[in-house]
Design a protein around this ligand. Structure first.
Ligand code: NCD
Length: 347
């Protein structure tokens, strides 16, 4: 992956007008800069104080074949906020896939009704199959344990902002990545996209049965960054600027995995954080977190920790997804001149 904004390693084209967004391999530093500038310009629209109807008349097809709250609603809200409208189907039961329709046919049909598609599907690589048959840009909202590029964009956007506020930057940062590193697609995309930055140092910890697959160690090393596997959460977070936590992807565990994975307690809680001696650490999580007792996730007892950025991440997700649509549909340059005050009361 190039750090100079010229090339990516991927066979897929660099993300821009008319392109699908299937993988973080389609991003370079130049695209990130432009997307983040658009996201920032759209902040008042996300906050409901300004209106920007650059997608007036456009229709989004939203196809979610796996559970989702923030990804689906933020993508749909992003399209609505820019003046477009949304048609959607959720789950297999209420789509014609329940009648045996193929990915190819579904994608071709729904893309004929829409100007962009957002797709989440449980099989790795399946969203690329939707893209092959679609006549409009397809955004990957998560394909099995494969990729989740829009989440990586909002993670980077948030990380950059939080680090900047502390006089730091992503270049040179130490990032602890914890939890389900085997099946977590947000981790897979994030480790790769951070290959666009210099001198990032990763400290990863996952239970043995959920350890990071070897290919990601190789990819990080190939990008010139540094990665070390730690034996405990404490060891991973001790020097960390950012602590990125993830949920165990229980829905992806095989029977064999379930027998091998015995998890108890919290992944991170207030006591662990206080003992780490990192009062200025930034805590991130793609959410949802499993807030039930002993779920081996980020405990709600950290909610008053000053560096907890999880809800700033979700708020930023709306801005970043508006930016993704603006670029995919070629209207990013229209944002500033189309901003006007909202007429409703916003608290
Ligand atoms: C993640 C996902 O679906 O991959 N959630 C999200 O989109 N924010 C993480 C998860 O489900 O654990």
């Amino acid at each position: 992956m190039s750090k100079d904004g010229v090339q990516t390693q991927s066979e897929l084209p660099v993300f821009g007008t008319g392109q699908h967004l299937l993988s973080v391999m389609q991003l370079d530093r130049d695209v990130l800069t432009r997307l983040f500038a658009t996201a920032e310009a759209l902040r008042p629209v996300g906050q409901g104080t300004q209106v920007c109807r650059i997608l007036e008349g456009a229709v989004l097809g939203s196809l979610f074949f796996e559970p989702s709250t923030r990804t689906r609603l933020s993508f749909e809200s992003a399209f609505h906020r820019l003046g477009g409208s949304v048609v959607s189907t959720t789950g297999f039961t209420f789509s014609s896939m329940a009648k045996g329709e193929s990915i190819h046919d579904t994608a071709r049909v729904v893309s004929g009704y829409s100007d962009a598609l957002v797709v989440r599907h449980p099989d790795t690589g399946s969203v690329a199959q939707f893209a092959d048959a679609s006549v409009v840009p397809v955004i990957n909202a998560g394909d099995g344990s494969g990729e989740h590029p829009s989440q990586s964009l909002l993670d980077l956007f948030t990380m950059r902002k939080e680090l900047t506020a502390r006089g730091k930057s992503i270049d040179g940062a130490t990032i602890a990545v914890l939890g389900d590193l085997r099946y977590g697609r947000t981790v897979h995309s994030l480790l790769q996209v951070l290959g666009l930055y210099d001198k990032v140092s990763f400290r990863v910890f996952g239970p043995p049965a959920l350890a990071l697959p070897a290919e990601f160690f190789e990819r990080v090393a190939a990008s010139g960054n540094h990665i070390v596997e730690c034996g405990s959460v404490a060891e991973a977070i001790a020097p960390a600027d950012v602590i990125y936590c993830t949920r165990v992807q229980k829905e992806r565990l095989s029977e064999e995995d379930e027998q091998a994975v015995h998890l108890e307690g919290d992944l991170i809680n207030r006591e662990i954080l206080d003992r780490s001696g990192r009062p200025d650490a930034i805590i991130m999580h793609p959410l949802p977190r499993d807030s039930r007792h002993n779920s081996f996730d980020l405990s709600p007892d950290v909610d008053d920790f000053p560096g907890l950025a999880i809800f700033r991440q979700t708020d930023n997700g709306l801005l970043v997804r508006m930016a993704i649509f603006s670029h995919a549909l070629g209207v990013a340059d229209e944002v500033t001149k189309n901003l006007r005050p909202a007429s409703w009361y916003r608290r």
